[in-house]
Design a binder for this molecule. Structure first.
Ligand code: SF4
Length: 266
């Protein structure tokens, strides 16, 4: 059975939370933070797709050159990549669910528009060749044959190789945490399977209220082996049914199951 990376992440947060979410499958309401993240990812998916459509067509091969003479070939509509288009995508994609009331939702919708204005500045800093946006992948861990699924937010091709970008709407993490981030290691493994190109940069892009915060890192072979061991260890604990709670006030406060959890510290 494949596991999603979200399952691993939930287990790392708290094994009891994993049990509530994935074993007991207790229904829960979407939080405001999750709703905001969904709206942002959906906007950036549309934006990335518009970028890909707007890229000049590669007519370097004879096959591509011949296609230009086929009258029936339909060229998808390209769009001018402006901040106005980006904000249009945001307003179209905004999910109102999860907020306490309409005023709260409107506040976050306006906040999101301001964050995307920062994103647009960041995006304009250099020419970008987007390969994929919001694309799922599967990775088989070599040492245990566990299959893990995940999703790339965005992969760009640079002169030296691939740059994998993950969008984050939560609180920024420091460089030490990013260098040790297991999800980024999983992305590096997946990219190695999908493309015959080196991964030269893994980046977490945080949407901060004062501007974009980009934390860049890389992975070498020994770091990938360590990440694999760590994921394998978690999957073995999941399969052994170890759901020992790991309470702490800060995480229990945000836990969607705190109302039913006997171990909650909030
Ligand atoms: S309330 Fe705390 S201890 Fe209980 S599941 Fe949530 S994070 Fe874990």
């Amino acid at each position: 059975m494949p596991y999603s990376y979200s399952q691993i992440q939930t287990y790392r947060t708290c094994p009891k939370q994993y049990e509530f979410a994935y074993v007991k499958k207790i229904d829960r309401l979407i939080s405001a933070g999750e709703s905001f993240g969904t709206s942002m990812h959906s906007t950036l998916k549309k934006w990335g797709e518009a970028e890909m459509l707007s890229r000049p067509k590669d007519v370097s091969t004879r096959e591509d050159q011949l296609k230009l003479f086929v009258a029936e070939e339909v060229t998808p509509e390209t769009k001018e990549l402006t901040e106005t288009l980006l904000l249009k995508y945001w307003h179209e994609s905004f999910v109102f669910e999860g907020y306490a009331n309409r005023m709260d939702a409107d506040f976050q919708r306006n906040r999101g528009a301001a964050l995307l204005a920062n994103f647009f500045q960041w995006w304009q800093e250099e020419p970008r060749e987007v390969l994929i946006v919001e694309k799922g992948f599967k990775v088989t861990l070599p040492s245990s044959q566990h299959v893990l699924t995940g999703r790339f937010d965005r992969v760009e091709r640079t002169a030296g190789g691939l740059r994998i970008i993950d969008f984050k709407t939560g609180a920024p993490r420091d460089q030490i945490a990013v260098d040790a981030d297991v999800q980024l290691s999983l992305y590096a493994m997946a990219a190695q399977n999908m493309w015959d190109e080196p991964v030269v940069e893994l980046s977490l892009l945080f949407f901060g209220d004062d501007g974009m915060i980009e934390r860049k890192t890389t992975r070498n072979t020994s770091q990938l082996i360590d990440a694999e061991k760590s994921m394998k260890h978690i999957l073995e604990r999941i399969e052994a049914g170890d759901y020992t709670p790991d309470p702490a006030y800060e995480k229990c406060k945000r836990c969607p199951f705190k109302g039913v959890c006997p171990a909650s510290a909030a």
